[in-house]
Each structure stands twice: as C-alpha cells, then as structure tokens.
Ligand binder design. Structure first.
Ligand SMILES: Nc1ncnc2c1ncn2[C@@H]1O[C@H](COP(=O)(O)OP(=O)(O)O)[C@@H](O)[C@H]1O
Ligand SMILES: [Mg+2]
Length: 263
C-alpha cells in the first residue's frame, strides 16, 4: 500500500485473518484502493504522533473491517457530509472522492459502511461485507454461453488449449487468442475506448504462469458477467469460492471441448 505521511510518528497496526476477504464479493483491486484512502485519511487526521489500528474479523455470515485512528475526529455537522461526492474539509489537496467511492463500491458488494467519530478523540470507520455463498455454477457448453457475442477473447498460457479454442471461431464470431494477461488487458482497454466490450465473451484460464491469475484478470477488467473460467483447476476450493462469489461460471477444460474429442 502506498501511503504518504510527512510525520513518521504514526503507528499502524494490523490485526487480520489472512484471505478472509476472498469470501466476499469485494475484489482485491478496488478494496485495496478503498482501504488505502481510508488509512490515508487517518494519517492526514493525525498531527504529531498517533495510532491507526486496522482489524479484519469474520463471523458466520459477515466480514468486518474496522479502521480506527486517534486523530482530530470529525465535527457532527461535517460527519453528515463525509460520504457526499466532492465533499472535503480541512485539507489543501482533498478531492472529496474517497469516502463517496468507498460507499458506492461497498453497497455494490451488498455491504455497509459507517463512521463513528468524536472531535478531539478520533474516528472509526466500520465496514461490513456479507459472506457470499460460494456455490459456483459449472457449465460444459462454452459455445452456448458465448454464442451471442461478437468476439470471443480467450486467454490461456498453453498454446495447445488456444489452438483447441479455434473451434469457437465461427467466422461471424471471431476468436481472439491471448497467452499473456497484460496483452489481453491492453486489447480490452482499447476495445472499451472504441465500441465498448459488452459484446465480447471472455474465456479465461485460471493458472496463467503470470503475476495475475484468471480471476484477477476478470476483476481488473470488470467482466464478471461476460466471462467463463475455463480451467483444469475446477475442483480447487479456492477457485470454486472465487468464482462463486463473483457469479463467474466454471467450465472444466476437458468437458468444454468434449465435442472435439468425439463425445
Ligand atoms: N479519519 C478521519 N479523521 C478526520 N476526518 C476525516 C477522516 N476521514 C475522513 N474525514 C473527513 O471526511 C472528508 C472526506 O473524505 P474523503 O472522501 O476521503 O475525501 P478527501 O480525503 O479527498 O478530503 C475529509 O476531507 C475529512 O474532512
Ligand atoms: Mg481521502
């Protein structure tokens, strides 16, 4: 996390259960952005020395994140406005977008965010995110699922599977194959600028021998609704839970190509 402080007398403590957030709908990139802004707000609220304490805990059906600081606190009148887009107070370079964005995303993930604050004492931000049922949907017929789109973009680190993916190409519906996630992301970003990416289906492998896995690529591009994870790791609990939380269907590789194998 990149945080700025002109004062080094701030102690940040973290008390978190590893990986617990993957059971929620939140994606890593947006959550990181939200939390780093909230912690940055705490840093900016502390003059001289102070403490920031971040706790992540899980109950049966919820994950709770608390970020507490002993900084300047927020006046009652100001507290009402902190989630308004563009509202900023007490800083020269504030954009007023941080908490508004946090609220929008957290509510999109079916969660809630609250602020408790006392002027002169400090501020606590409480975030709750529901644990999603991790029942991933399994499919065999990738062609049926992708039949309405103009392009099928396939991402797989194996040339063999990309070659097999050519069976998806129907002429009118073009297959575009990528072995490198960054190349796919670059291409999709360009498409987003020209006609949009709504009419593209993404068929993505999980294990890509890259700094990103398939689910991270899906999160990065915001393409949950139009993606299918085509993988051999379909019985891996982590893969199933990541896809279940996102509503991304999983297609076992061997079954998706069963037509080619003569079944
Ligand atoms: N931990 C905090 N302590 C004191 N004030 C805060 C804290 N977090 C947020 N605020 C107040 O809420 C306002 C809105 O925050 P935010 O949406 O992140 O915008 P920005 O940081 O760009 O001003 C801040 O300008 C500040 O006045
Ligand atoms: Mg901020």
């Amino acid at each position: 996390m990149a945080l700025r402080s002109n004062d080094s007398n701030i102690t940040l403590t973290l008390d978190a259960i590893p990986k617990v957030l993957t059971s929620t709908r939140a994606d890593k990139i947006n959550l990181k952005r939200i939390l780093s802004n909230i912690i940055q707000n705490s840093i900016e609220a502390i003059s001289g020395s102070g403490n920031i304490h971040v706790v992540v805990k899980k109950s049966k059906d919820k994950v709770k994140i608390e970020i507490a600081d002993d900084g300047c606190g927020i006046e009652r009148e100001v507290l009402k406005k902190v989630f308004e887009k563009g509202f900023t107070k007490g800083k020269s370079n504030g954009s007023g977008l941080g908490l508004a964005y946090a609220k929008k995303m957290i509510e999109f993930w079916n969660g809630k965010i609250h602020v408790i604050s006392k002027p002169g004492k400090g501020t606590k931000i409480l975030i709750t995110l529901p644990v999603e049922k991790s029942e991933a949907k399994f499919i065999c017929d990738v062609e049926a699922l992708t039949s309405k789109s103009r392009f099928i973009a396939m991402l797989d680190d194996s040339e063999l599977w990309l070659k097999r993916g050519e069976a998806f190409d129907k002429g009118s519906q073009k297959l575009i194959a990528f072995s490198d996630p960054d190349a796919l992301i670059g291409w999709a970003d360009t498409q987003a600028k020209v006609g949009g990416i709504d009419d593209i289906s993404f068929v993505i492998d999980f294990d890509l021998k890259s700094h990103l896995n398939g689910v991270e690529v899906i999160d990065r591009l915001g393409i949950r609704k139009q993606s299918v994870l085509l993988t051999e790791s379909y019985s891996d609990a982590k893969v199933v839970s990541l896809c279940g939380a996102r509503g991304v269907p999983i297609a076992p590789k061997s079954l998706a190509f069963s037509r080619l194998d003569g079944f």
